[in-house]
Ligand binder design. Structure first.
Ligand code: PFF
Length: 469
C-alpha cells in the first residue's frame, strides 16, 4: 500500500451525508415507486425490505471494510488483496459507466420539470401524459437538460471529495428529506388516500414470481449503491476511527425510509385521484404532476418542490457514480483528478446522448431487443449489481482473512461489533446462495433472456482478461 496521504472525508456527518446522498436518488423516488407499482405493491415492498435490511446492510459493511482496509477504490482494492479478483472491481467500474449511461437522462428530466412546473405543465392536466411523451422523444430538449445535469456532476466531482461531494451532500440531503415529508403529509390527507396505503402495506403474494424477487434484489442493490464498488470507494476515504457497521446501518435505514416515504407521497394521492399504479417509468413524471394539477394553485408550488427534491437526490447519487470511475483512473492509472473527471465525463456525454435519443429518433436501434437506455438500465439493475454483490460476498467470505475483517470492523478491537459472527456467516454462506437462487429464478422468468446471457458473458470475459488491466 502507498504511503501518500489519501483524501479523507472532512467529518463524520459529512461522510454519512455523502454515503446517504449516494444511496438516496432516482432509485428511491423515480424507480422504487414504479417498480412497486408494476410488481403489485406491498408484496414486492416486503421482499424489498427483507433484501435491503439483511443482504443490503451486510454487503454495505463488507464494502466499507474492503475500501477502508485497502484505502483503494474498487479495482485496486480487489487487486491488492488477490490479483485474480481484479475483474470484480472492473465490473464495478463498468457498471458505473453503464448506470451513468441513463441516469443523467432522467436527472435532466427532473431539472426540466422544475421549470415546466411553472411554465404551464400543470394548467392542462389531461395533456400531461402526452407532454411527457413529447418531451422525452424530442431530439433536442432532453439532451440539453441531460448535458446541464452532467455538467453539474463534473463540476462537483472535479472539486474532490471533501470540497465538492461532501459539501453538496450536507446541504442537499436534509432539504430533500423535509421536502418529501411535506409532500407525503399532503398525500395521505387527501380523501380516498386509504386505498393507496393498502396497496403499499397489505401484502398480496399472488402476483409474486421469480422475476419479482430479482426485481426486488436489483432494486435493493441499485438503491443502496451496492454491488459495484461505490461504497468500497467511499469507504476508502473513511477515517480509521469510524464505526463501519453503524454507518452502514444508518445509511440503509435512511435510504429505505426515503423509498417508503416516496411511496407514501405517491400512492395515496394516486389512488385518491383514481389513477393506475402500474404505469411504469413515467410514474413520477406523468402521474405526480397530474396529482399536483388537481390541487389547484398550490400544486405548482408542490410540483416545484418535488422536482427540486428529485434533481437534488439524483445529483448526490450520480456524483458517486462518476467518482467510482474517477477514483479508478486516479488510483490505478495515476491520472490527475481533473483529467480523470473530464475524460470520464466526456464519455458519459456520448452514452447519455445515445440513451436519450434511444427514446425518440433512435428508437429503431436496438440491442438484444431493447434500446440503448433500457440496455444500460436492465443490464446493470438486473445482472451486474446482483452478480457484483455476489462476487463481493464470496470474496470477503472466502478470500479475505477473518481476523483482518474483524480487526477492520472493530477498529483494531477498540469498538465492539457483537453481530460479527452473524454478519460473517451471512456474507460467507447465506448471501451468496440467496443471490444465486434469486438470479437463477429471475433469469428464467425474465423476458430479455438474450440480454441476460449477454450480461453473464461480459462478466466471464472480464474474468478471463482483466488480470492485464
Ligand atoms: N443509489 C442510487 C439511487 O438510488 O438512485 C443509484 C446508484 C448510485 C447506484 C451509486 C449505484 C451506485 F454506485
Amino acid at each position: 500500500m502507498e504511503n501518500k496521504q489519501r483524501e479523507n472525508w472532512g467529518s463524520r456527518i459529512g461522510f454519512l451525508m455523502a454515503a446517504a446522498g449516494s444511496a438516496v436518488g432516482l432509485g428511491n423516488i423515480w424507480r422504487f415507486p414504479y417498480m412497486a407499482g408494476e410488481n403489485g405493491g406491498s408484496a414486492f415492498i416486503l421482499i424489498y425490505l427483507a433484501f435491503a435490511l439483511i443482504i443490503g446492510i451486510s454487503i454495505m459493511i463488507s464494502e466499507f471494510a474492503v475500501g477502508r482496509r485497502t484505502e483503494l477504490s474498487a479495482v485496486g482494492a480487489y487487486q491488492s488483496i488477490n490479483r485474480n479478483w481484479t475483474f470484480a472491481g472492473v465490473l464495478g467500474v463498468l457498471s458505473a459507466f453503464f448506470i451513468m449511461g441513463f441516469y443523467p437522462v432522467v436527472g435532466g428530466w427532473a431539472l426540466a420539470y422544475i421549470l415546466k412546473s411553472v411554465t404551464g405543465l400543470l394548467s392542462n392536466s389531461a395533456a400531461i401524459g402526452d407532454a411527457f411523451g413529447a418531451f422525452i422523444t424530442n431530439p433536442i430538449e432532453p439532451l440539453i437538460w441531460m448535458l446541464v445535469f452532467l455538467a453539474m456532476n463534473i463540476a462537483i466531482v472535479a472539486k474532490g471529495i471533501a470540497g465538492g461531494i461532501e459539501k453538496a451532500g450536507k446541504v442537499l440531503m436534509p432539504t430533500l428529506f423535509v421536502l418529501l415529508i411535506l409532500i407525503a403529509a399532503r398525500s395521505v390527507t387527501l380523501p380516498g388516500a386509504g386505498a393507496g396505503l393498502d396497496f403499499l402495506f397489505k401484502p398480496d403474494f399472488s402476483k409474486v414470481t421469480g422475476a419479482t424477487y430479482l426485481a426486488a434484489l436489483g432494486q435493493a442493490f441499485f438503491s443502496l449503491s451496492l454491488g459495484m464498488g461505490c461504497m468500497i470507494t467511499y469507504g476508502s476515504y473513511l477515517g480509521k476511527s469510524e464505526n463501519l457497521a453503524s454507518n452502514a446501518f444508518i445509511v440503509t435505514v435512511l435510504d429505505t425510509s426515503v423509498a417508503l416515504l416516496a411511496g407514501i407521497a405517491i400512492f395515496p394521492a394516486l389512488f385518491a385521484f383514481g389513477m393506475e399504479p402500474a404505469v411504469g417509468a413515467g410514474l413520477v413524471f406523468v402521474v405526480v404532476p397530474q396529482i399536483f394539477a388537481a390541487m389547484g394553485g398550490i400544486g405548482v408550488l408542490f410540483s416545484v418542490i418535488f422536482f427540486v427534491a428529485l434533481a437534488v437526490a439524483a445529483l448526490t447519487s450520480s456524483v458517486s457514480l462518476l467518482e467510482v470511475v474517477v477514483a479508478y483512473l486516479i488510483d490505478q492509472r495515476k491520472w490527475e483528478r481533473k483529467k480523470s473527471v473530464y475524460t470520464a465525463g466526456g464519455i458519459m456525454v456520448v452514452t447519455g446522448i445515445l440513451a436519450s435519443l434511444s427514446l425518440g429518433v433512435m428508437s429503431g436501434f436496438t440491442m438484444f431487443g431493447v434500446g440503448v437506455f433500457d440496455f444500460f438500465d436492465i443490464l446493470t439493475d438486473k445482472i451486474f449489481l446482483a452478480i457484483g454483490g455476489l462476487l463481493l460476498a464470496v470474496f470477503v467470505g472466502w478470500f479475505m482473512d477473518k481476523k483482518d475483517l474483524e480487526d477492520e470492523i472493530t477498529n483494531g478491537g477498540t469498538i465492539k461489533f457483537g453481530l460479527f459472527n452473524i454478519w460473517y456467516n451471512l456474507v460467507k454462506y447465506v448471501i451468496p446462495v440467496a443471490i444465486a437462487i434469486v438470479a437463477v429464478m429471475g433469469i428464467m422468468s425474465i423476458e430479455q433472456t438474450g440480454l441476460m446471457l449477454f450480461g453473464l458473458a461480459v462478466i466471464v470475459v472480464l474474468a478471463i482478461f482483466s488480470k492485464k488491466l
